[in-house]
Design a protein around this ligand. Structure first.
Ligand code: 5AD
Ligand code: SF4
Length: 457
């Protein structure tokens, strides 16, 4: 049944429009998805839906999904089972799948997951109100059209991060690199940039609301480009954002080694409020495998980028992504990955086993021929080595004072604050007189591989 604004009401005979509706959103996958969920919350807020953190109270349950590895999809399936049980208890509740898995599986999701009412791809979120309406009348609804233009530029995301201190701002969507292992170009479509004006407006709004840190997001920020008379490239956008306020920290992700310019590094060096931390996924230390992955750089090129970072930004931390066991990877290739890790001394890494994704170039042309036990062993060796490197990188801060933006009360203790330094290292320290949103000089006294510990000066 629908009301005068076309919205589903009264399915259980208990709710009137004036009470409003509640949506519960769960997000899997990357930071981009976190931001997309906020865009969706904003689109549906206009239609009277408020976010609830309690699934049991929601009229609409949405799950924003990731397809990048098979286990990401399996986790989503697990959650869908939980939502199905909820729907058994409350048949009126609507369940929607959005994001990359929606894009990949399309109608198939409705067939496989009977409890799902709507399926919406990453470029179709503006259609959500209509899709929810249709679903509310019992028609299953699907929209997975990809767009060449959609950037949700005019939509101010509803912030669901709740710390009120740091936030994500997307500056571009999609990806034009066709790394052979990766499903993203097929689930998120072609690359497009958002106008600088709308980016700056959104950040202005965040600053006015008291936010102290923004992370500019894109699959490949170095290809940010906005043409309107003059061309605005990523370094220009970055320095304009940094100029908004010296009290606003600016971060960005992700950089691509083939595109990252020294110009960006010089802009970072010139602005103390641009955080000294770069995420530069390497994927493999073997040039032979990089070629098969179609990364379009070699081991030597990657190392030359690291040299440039060290030269221009001596105190910059570097994190990376690594894939273990890509097609044809030999022990020698794997050893090259380990040796590159040692050489670069990454401060942090996201490490994965290769997971073949349907319809990617690798799935079509290459055999997923590294046995599962070999992949697991190699991944473990990579994780062990990174554990050592992460610990060493933290230990270098012991005895030093570093500026922390306090972001939240520590999960482990209400008397401790948690935040990060410019190098993106999580740091906890006794709260004393300090509060979230403050910059605090913290003297580092100890660490684990994941966290720095210290006391406020
Ligand atoms: N298998 C394993 N890891 C993958 N990634 C992307 N595609 C795959 C895949 N098929 C990793 C890459 C990328 C990160 C976001 O996810 O390391 O940088
Ligand atoms: Fe993000 Fe890629 Fe996962 Fe899509 S597939 S949610 S773009 S990490």
């Amino acid at each position: 049944m629908t009301d005068s604004t076309g919205f589903r009401i009264d399915v259980n005979g208990v709710k009137s429009v004036s009470e409003g509706f509640r949506m519960y959103i769960e997000t899997f996958g990357c930071q981009m998805n976190v931001n997309d969920s906020e865009v969706v919350a904003s689109i549906l807020a206009r239609e009277g839906y408020a976010v609830t953190p309690h699934m049991e109270q929601a009229d609409l349950i949405l799950i924003n999904t990731c397809s990048v590895r098979e286990n990401a999809e399996q986790r989503v399936r697990g959650r869908l089972n939980v939502f199905r049980m909820e729907k058994k208890k409350r048949p009126g509740v609507l369940i929607g799948v959005m994001g990359c898995m929606a894009e990949r599986l399309k109608e198939q999701l409705l067939e496989e997951e009977k409890a799902v009412d709507l399926v919406v791809g990453p470029d179709a979120y503006r259609e959500l109100p209509q899709l929810v309406r249709n679903a509310g009348t019992g028609q299953k609804a699907v929209n997975v059209l990809l767009s060449r233009e959609e950037t949700y530029a005019d939509i101010s995301p509803v912030r669901m991060d709740r710390n009120g201190v740091s936030s994500f701002v997307s500056i571009m969507r999609g990806c034009n690199n066709r790394c052979t292992y990766c499903i993203v170009p097929y689930t998120r479509g072609v690359e497009r940039s958002r106008s600088p004006e709308t980016v700056l407006d959104e950040i202005g709004g965040l600053v006015a609301a008291g936010y102290k840190e923004v992370t500019l997001l894109g699959q490949n920020v170095d290809s940010y480009r906005w043409k309107n008379g003059n061309t605005v490239s990523f370094p220009r956008l970055l320095e304009t954002v940094a100029a908004i306020s010296p009290a606003l920290r600016v971060r960005f992700a992700t950089s691509h080694p083939k595109d990252m310019t020294e110009e960006v590094l010089h802009v970072m060096a010139a602005h103390p409020n641009i955080c000294k931390s770069i995420h530069l996924p390497v994927q493999s230390g073997s040039s032979r495998l990089l070629e098969r992955m179609r990364r379009r750089y070699t081991r030597e090129w990657y190392l030359s980028r690291i040299d440039a970072i060290r030269r221009i930004l001596p105190d910059c931390s570097i994190s990376t992504d690594i894939i273990a066991g890509f097609c044809t990877e030999t022990e020698a290739d794997h050893a090259e990955t380990l040796s590159l890790m040692r050489q670069v001394q990454f401060d942090y890494a996201f490490m994965f086993k290769y997971s073949e994704r349907p319809n990617t170039p690798a799935a079509g042309k290459m055999k997923d021929d590294v046995p599962e036990n070999v992949k697991s062993r190699r991944l473990q060796e990579i994780i062990n080595l990174q554990g050592e490197l992460s610990l060493e990188s933290k230990q270098r801060f012991i005895g030093k004072t570093t500026e922390i933006l306090a972001e939240s009360i520590s999960k482990k203790s209400p008397d401790q604050l948690s935040g990060r330094n410019s190098q993106n290292m999580v740091t906890v320290f006794p709260k004393q007189r300090h509060t979230t949103g403050e910059y605090v000089q913290v003297r580092i006294t100890g660490c684990t591989p994941a966290t720095l510990q210290g006391t406020a000066e």
